[in-house]
Design a protein around this ligand. Structure first.
Ligand SMILES: [Zn+2]
Length: 220
């Protein structure tokens, strides 16, 4: 291989693709693993933003999630296999579908349920006993350790949809935002995925009010 292509392939220190810039506190504001996962596809300033555009991006997101929340998602293949990446995106679509269905009080889609069940069934966990002195500890272990994180997401969604309080699963009220969250605030009055969305809506309403007053006084 010669020329530009060979230089590109063998170039050292080629920067890895970055996730679009997003603060972790915003990225992981869903309150649940499965909802944060759904929010990896969202809207920003009216345009769709895909955070998981490749297997590498998915790997980065999972690592960021684990380090931000301190949750252990188990070992990760690096790089993540393309087939697994496709399954992860299918799972995300299924969870979004079921979550929005729950919010809008609609019957769950059989296809989405099938996808969720397939992921859970493909990787059952069992307790593994470890010994420290006289004490035995049981840790949930997946049959396929490298895919444990995918099952963790699916199980979290299943738990949320069956044991969670569905009144607290909400979609951000900002008209340009589609992110979802689980409202764990004390008074359960959370309306926005993040404060920024709330301030944007409030300042737009303030501007509209001011404009209305100005037009009214100009008419007089
Ligand atoms: Zn929002």
């Amino acid at each position: 291989m010669t020329g530009i292509i060979s230089n590109l392939v063998s170039a050292p220190n080629v920067p890895e693709p970055e996730l679009p810039h997003f603060e972790d506190s915003v990225m992981f504001a869903g309150g649940r693993l499965s909802l944060d996962f759904v929010n990896t596809f969202c809207m920003r300033r009216g345009a769709p933003v895909e955070f998981l555009w490749s297997a590498e991006a998915l790997e980065k997101w999972l690592r960021s999630f684990a380090s931000f929340t301190g949750k252990d998602l188990g070992p990760l293949d690096s790089p993540i296999h393309e087939e697994l990446f496709t399954r992860a995106l299918d799972l995300r679509t299924a969870i979004r579908n079921l979550v929005l269905g729950a919010i809008q009080n609609q019957e769950p889609s059989p296809k989405a349920l099938r996808t969720l069940n397939q992921v859970i069934r493909a990787n059952p966990t069992y307790p593994r006993l470890t010994q420290k002195g006289l004490v035995l500890t049981a840790t949930a272990t997946a049959r396929t350790e490298t895919e444990r994180w995918l099952t963790e997401i699916a199980i979290d969604a299943a738990d949320l949809l069956t044991n969670g309080d569905l009144k607290l699963v909400r979609q951000c009220e900002a008209s340009t935002c589609i992110r979802v969250f689980y409202d764990t605030t004390k008074n359960h009055k959370r309306r926005w995925c993040v404060e920024k969305c709330g301030s944007r809506v409030k300042s737009a309403a303030y501007y509209e009010r001011k404009k209305g007053v100005r037009e009214f006084s100009e008419e007089r």
